[in-house]
Write a protein that binds this ligand. Structure first.
Ligand code: DC
Length: 238
């Protein structure tokens, strides 16, 4: 075949990493819908673990207690980008995991290596044969370094706080920004799998871009990658 196929193939993995409020979720869901891929929100898994620990009365700042409990909850993620789900022991917790209580406790929980190891296994299991957009902090660096497309999404703190406050129904801007920056500090400073820009990642600054523009840019990267591997296949006779 001499033509080069630019349609992304369905084993593709797109890793979208970045800070809180950079627009990862809306962007990743939009890209998945556009390309007919599944979608995984790994932040929701850390939130689900945190919700369960709080409900069990585990002190989230007691690293040994969190580590000992991390293997117990059954966390399942539904990957339809139009209706993603997250359950703990069969209970839908999609609303509960967005509470202030979980917001305030999720970063220390995410820093515990046993939590990360447990969720890493689950994340790799869901990714499986690919065909998925995965958002988080360490997807391109640790969870799936072989991802064909890696994006590091960022935005200025003011823009991120404004978006997050709007999502939360108009919460106080200064408080929202403070909470985002506090989470950034812990997420970037932890010893295990800190938030960093993965090798080979393309940096997209969404501060002055609309959601549609960011989605278009990532879809463009996926198509360019498909064209490149198509050309390689043709050259190699495959
Ligand atoms: O994306 P989010 O705000 O829902 O993520 C919640 C927390 O989970 C965030 O503070 C850091 C943690 N997290 C992580 O450590 N690694 C990931 N791959 C995803 C999220």
């Amino acid at each position: 075949m001499s033509s080069v196929d630019t349609a992304p193939d369905h084993s593709l993995v797109i890793a979208v990493d970045g800070t809180s409020g950079s627009g990862k979720s809306s962007t990743s869901r939009g890209v998945a819908e556009r390309l007919g891929l599944r979608y995984l929100d790994t932040g929701a898994m850390f939130r689900a673990m945190t919700w369960w620990l709080l409900r069990e009365g585990v002190d989230v700042h007691d690293v040994a207690a969190v580590a000992a409990a991390a293997g117990r909850p059954r966390i399942e993620s539904g990957t339809d980008p139009q209706a993603p789900t997250i359950t703990v022991d069969g209970r839908d917790v999609s609303v509960e995991i967005r509470s202030d209580e979980v917001n305030g406790a999720v970063s220390p929980v995410s820093a515990v290596p046993e939590v990360r190891a447990r969720l890493l296994d689950l994340q790799r299991e869901v990714i499986g044969d690919g065909g998925i957009v995965v958002e988080g902090r360490d997807i391109g660096s640790v969870v799936w370094p072989q991802a064909e497309v890696k994006v590091y999404l960022s935005a200025d703190p003011d823009a991120r706080a404004a978006r997050r406050a709007a999502e939360e129904g108009g919460s106080d801007l200064a408080t929202t920004q403070e909470s985002l920056l506090a989470r950034d500090r812990i997420d970037s400073g932890r010893a295990t799998a800190p938030l960093t820009m993965a090798e080979g990642a393309v940096h997209v600054d969404s501060t002055h871009l609309s959601l549609l523009e960011v989605i278009d840019r990532i879809v463009g990267l996926a198509e360019a990658q498909a064209a490149q591997s198509g050309a390689r296949g043709t050259r190699d006779g495959g």
